[in-house]
Write a protein that binds this ligand. Sequence first.
Ligand SMILES: [Zn+2]
Ligand SMILES: [Zn+2]
Length: 160
Amino acid sequence: MQTAEQLITEAGLRPTKARLAVLSVMINSHTALSHTEILSALHGVKEIDRVTVYRVLDWLQENALIHKISTDDRAWKFQLNAPKRSYKAADGTSHSALLTPSGLPSNHGHAHLHCQQCGTVLCIHELAAHIPAGIFQTYQVSHIEISLKGICPDCQQAAA
Ligand SMILES: [Zn+2]
Ligand SMILES: [Zn+2]
């Protein structure tokens, strides 16, 4: 996994202390995080407050380093655009490539697996939305998302 600094500089962008701090928290997490979770992970870090975190999250989205995922409690979660955060088939193969924004606004229309017990969120790139082009002529679409909800393998094992 690349460091926050590598991800930012390799995208031709300028790293700042706040950008590096927020992205590092996301890299070190195994799942998608909410604004609140990121903020509390950075608790005590000087010069970083809730507004800074919002601004950095917007910036990371604009630059396609992360994307947002809606959750049941109406809070957005933010996920790295990285294959590591993607569902892998049981045979160990991963068909996921790096995300390529498809020209759709703000998100790529891929699906997400939500564990209803531990809250883990993974991207599924094998399942993407096939949306009739006519929709975009009539609707101003700002976010596309397909959700699968259930219990992840870890939680199933813990319950057994
Ligand atoms: Zn779980
Ligand atoms: Zn995703």
